[in-house]
Each structure stands twice: as structure tokens, then as C-alpha cells.
Design a protein around this ligand. Structure first.
Ligand SMILES: *Cc1c(COP(=O)(O)O)cnc(C)c1O
Length: 503
């Protein structure tokens, strides 16, 4: 409870709140109105500032340290993105404003659609979905409508490899599909024989990530596309690992029909903790009429145009008619995320290809640094997959198995992940993909220096040599020690640090 004098807001509080709704305004039903003000803490402004600054310091982010969370592409977020998205022409506009008043945003939307289509070898792009998972759902719905329009609505199965992200089967199942999971071959790659055995007249689509979540490029992807297409199915590309291939190859060339992009991964965006994201999708021409609208479009001036609109105007296109699957998101997607991603891409321009080269280089460098043949590390961890591909180059991320060290002294992958927090790192992705036992999945991204990677490899070795007691009881230095995840999820208790009142 504060006794500090403050000019604004509630007496003694460092915040202000809107006036209570006047009793004369009757647009809000009586039963829904507050009878008294909420019991918010009367914290003074300095107390409030300290509270939020304290919270920000308890949190781990890419701004505080190396964040090798595999598959999530936690790259540095250039500050120029924030400058651009905060320009009044971007952040003061309303989604219902006339097209003529939001030409800047519309031109950015249009350029993003074009750029994403070119990078991925697709024909049409919508920026509406606000997460990769929502993009998956949207594209699979388009594929579903495509099959129905061909009188093939009986196709009810979607094939996913066992290395797939959980969102793939979840999205397909939300569309009503049954999932057929196929095992990976012993080298970790797609098993063509297993695929051949799985396809049939009931195949609607195959969903696959390339490079896979094992960081391996699926070298037989064209063969896979041919097999699925011959069976009448469609190929869906999970673009979460797009950071590895931009400018080098594209899903269109590999035979895909639809793709999602995780703009918040590949094109930078603060996205720890679940948002805000952007998961546009791109499709080949035969699927474009099913896309949700609106989309940005360019109108060329026509001589004698009665509307008098000139060249270079942009507008949202809403005339796809009845074939569209409808809206999947309010307004026009997550505009702020699109603008930040656009700013990021504009900085690289044609050099976007270098981004992928450095992401792959950093990943291979760190992998070899950790698996240093001169150390005894090979007795403690395995580079995965262990057969065949071991000598291969990985793409932008790689997986390690902590099984050997677990067998020797009981230290699990989770213990090592927790101990890395004490060294000032975010933990790598843990226990995913599930086909790697005691898995840690590491993605350094292109924005880390050699010095950071060297230090991480040295610290990783240090953890492996530590007294197992210290590792299994880690973390020791974080504001919150090891939590019981099941208990924490089922018995959530939130306490306010200032008032200590339960919420
Ligand atoms: C992150 C991710 C997704 C889902 O993307 P969201 O934007 O988190 O919904 C799908 N597949 C893979 C491989 C991913 O890494």
C-alpha cells in the first residue's frame, strides 16, 4: 500500500483508469456493469516502474542472451523494424479506413505478398493467418475445398512423417482429416517405401517440413511429391524452417502446392511467449480461388477509367466469389508483424540468400564445435541421427541425444537444458523431435557471432563434466527454480508481488 503523493489516477496510485461508465449510457446491459471499481493495487508510479522493470529482468529473451531454441528461429530483432512500425502512417491507422488513406500499408502488403510468392515458388499469397498453425489450418482447408470441387471429397487422410511438428496433425485433424503417420528411415530422412505404402485413393495431402525438424534436407522430396501427386493428393510445405533455404531453392521447385511462412521466425519478430505472430500462406494457381480474402492488390490505371483512379493505387480484393473458404482472421491479419517482417526483408533485399547461408554455417560450426573429436564428448552425447547421416552436413539446426550421459550418471536432457539457464542461455528445444531419445535441438541462427558460439560450446562441455548433483538440481541462479510442470499447470496460483493478494 502506497502513501506516496501522486497527481494522477486513483488516490496514491501511479496509474489512471477511465472514468466509470456514466449511468445515462445504457448501451451496456445493467447486469454486465461493474458495481464497484476493481481492487487494483494502489502502487505509486515509482513502485509500478520498479515492478515492471523487475519483471522484465526476470524474463529471458534474445536481448539478454543466446537463445538456441531449435525450430523457433530466435534471431536478433533489428530495432529499425520497431522504428518503422511505429511511424504514424503505420501505427495510427484503423483497419476500417478507406483504401485511399492507407496506401503505404497496402503497398507493403502487396510487396510482401509478391516477395513471399517469389521466394517460395507459389502463385498467390494471403497475409491473413496470424500463426504458422493457423496458416496450416487455412491451407489445408483450401486443399479440402479443392478436392470437394473436383468431386473428390471422399479423400479423408493426411500423411505426416513422425518428425513433424505437433501442429501439422493438429491442423489437419481440425479440418476433419484422419492422420497417417509414417516412420522416418534410419538416416532420419523421409522413408520413400513407407510413403508408397501409405498413399492411396483416400490421400488428401501430405504435410512435411524441409529441411526436417532433424535439420536434414529431404533429398528425395521431388520423388515424394511425384508419389503423392500420382495418388491424387496435394503437397503441403511447413515453412517453419524456411530460414535454411531462402534463395537456394524453394518449395515450388520441390513440387509443393501450398506453404505457410512463419514471418515471426524467418523474418525476425519478438515472439517468445506466444505472439504476436504472422503465418501467411502461399498456394499454386489451382488453389488460389479458395484463399480467404481480403488480399492486397494492385490496380493499373485504365484509359478513360470512369472512376478516375490512377496507376499505383492499391486496394483489398474481395471478389473471389463463393469458392473462398471465408475469413480466418479479423481485419487483414497482424499488420504490425507484417510491417516488421517487411522492414527486415527490405534491409537484406537480394542478399536474403546470405541470411540462409550464415544460418546453415553457424549451425554446422556449432555442431562440430560441440562434437569436438578431441574431447570425450562422444561418450556423453550422440549426434543424431546416429546412422548414415552422421557425416552429412546439417541445415540451420541440429539435434543431439543425451542418452549416453543419462545411462552413465542419470543426467537427462532436461537436466542439461535447466543447467544451461544458470550459464545465461535459453535452453535448446527439449524432447522434440520425439524420435530422438533425450533430444536437445539447437538452432543458433545467423545473427550470432563466432565468439558466442565458441563460448556456448565450451559451456556445454562444462555442463557435461559437472557433478551430476549440480546438474540434476539446476537451475540454481534463476528467479524461479525447477517447477513441477504438471502441478504448475493444474494448480495455477498467481500472487501479486506488491499486495500479495491471490487472484
Ligand atoms: C513453429 C513451428 C510451427 C507452428 O508455427 P506457429 O507460428 O508457432 O504456430 C509448425 N511447424 C514447425 C516445424 C515449427 O517449428
Amino acid at each position: 500500500m502506497s502513501t506516496v503523493f501522486d497527481f494522477h489516477g486513483a488516490p496514491g496510485a501511479g496509474w489512471s483508469q477511465p472514468e466509470p461508465i456514466s449511468p445515462e449510457i445504457d448501451s451496456i446491459p445493467k447486469g454486465l456493469r461493474r458495481k464497484s471499481l476493481p481492487k487494483w493495487p494502489r502502487a505509486s508510479e515509482p513502485e509500478l516502474v520498479r515492478h515492471y522493470t523487475g519483471l522484465s529482468q526476470k524474463n529471458f529473451g534474445i536481448d539478454t542472451g543466446f537463445y538456441p531454441l531449435g525450430s523457433c528461429t530466435m534471431k536478433h530483432n533489428p530495432r529499425v523494424n520497431e522504428r518503422i512500425v511505429q511511424m504514424p502512417g503505420m501505427d495510427r491507422i484503423h483497419p476500417l479506413q478507406e483504401d485511399s488513406q492507407v496506401q503505404g500499408l497496402l503497398s507493403i502488403y502487396f510487396e510482401m505478398q509478391e516477395m513471399l510468392a517469389i521466394c517460395s515458388g507459389m502463385d498467390a499469397v494471403t497475409l491473413q493467418p496470424v500463426a504458422g498453425a493457423q496458416g496450416e489450418f487455412t491451407a489445408i482447408r483450401c486443399i479440402q475445398e479443392y478436392h470437394k470441387s473436383n468431386g473428390e471429397g471422399h479423400r479423408d487422410k493426411v500423411i505426416v512423417p513422425d518428425s513433424a511438428h505437433g501442429t501439422n496433425p493438429a491442423s489437419a485433424s481440425m479440418c476433419g482429416y484422419q492422420i497417417v503417420e509414417i516412420p522416418s528411415a534410419s538416416d532420419g530422412r523421409l522413408d520413400i517405401q513407407a510413403l508408397k505404402a501409405a498413399v492411396g485413393p483416400d490421400t488428401a495431402a501430405m504435410m512435411i517440413t524441409n529441411p526436417s525438424t532433424l535439420g536434414l534436407f529431404e533429398t528425395n522430396i521431388s520423388e515424394a511429391s511425384r508419389i503423392v501427386h500420382e495418388a491424387g493428393g496435394q503437397m503441403y510445405y511447413d515453412g517453419a524452417n524456411f530460414n535454411a533455404i531462402i534463395g537456394k531453392t524453394d518449395p515450388g521447385r520441390m513440387g509443393f502446392d501450398a506453404v505457410h511462412y512463419n514471418l515471426h521466425k524467418t523474418f525476425s519478430q519478438p515472439h517468445g511467449g506466444g505472439g504476436p505472430g504472422s503465418g501467411p500462406i502461399g498456394v499454386r494457381g489451382h488453389l488460389s480461388r479458395f484463399l480467404p480474402t481480403p488480399m492486397a492488390s494492385r490496380r493499373e490505371s485504365v484509359e478513360g477509367d470512369p472512376d478516375g483512379v490512377g496507376d499505383g493505387y492499391w486496394y483489398f480484393w474481395e471478389d473471389v466469389g463463393e469458392s473462398s473458404i471465408g475469413k480466418v482472421q479479423q481485419w487483414n491479419g497482424n499488420a504490425g508483424a507484417v510491417v516488421r517482417a517487411w522492414a527486415f526483408y527490405r534491409r537484406y533485399g537480394c542478399e536474403l540468400e546470405r541470411m540462409s547461408e550464415f544460418a546453415v554455417l553457424n549451425s554446422n560450426y556449432l555442431r562440430h564445435k560441440i562434437m569436438n573429436p578431441e574431447s570425450d564428448v562422444a561418450e556423453k552425447i550422440h549426434c543424431m541421427p546416429s546412422e548414415g547421416a552422421e557425416a552429412d552436413l546439417v541445415m540451420h539446426e541440429f539435434t543431439l541425444s543425451m542418452s549416453p550421459v543419462k545411462e552413465v550418471n542419470g543426467v537427462t536432457g532436461k537436466d542439461i537444458a535447466k543447467r544451461l539457464l544458470d550459464y545465461g542461455y535459453m535452453s535448446p528445444t527439449l524432447y522434440f523431435p520425439q524420435i530422438v531419445p533425450e533430444c536437445l535441438m539447437i538452432e543458433p541462427t545467423e545473427t550470432e557471432s563466432k565468439e558466442v558460439l565458441d563460448k556456448f560450446a565450451a559451456d556445454f562441455h562444462a555442463v557435461l563434466s559437472e557433478d551430476p548433483e549440480i546438474v540434476t538440481s539446476a537451475p540454481h541462479t534463476t528467479p524461479v527454480k525447477r517447477v513441477d510442470e504438471v502441478w504448475a499447470a493444474r494448480q495455477l496460483i498467481l500472487r501479486h508481488p506488491i499486495t500479495d493478494s491471490e487472484d
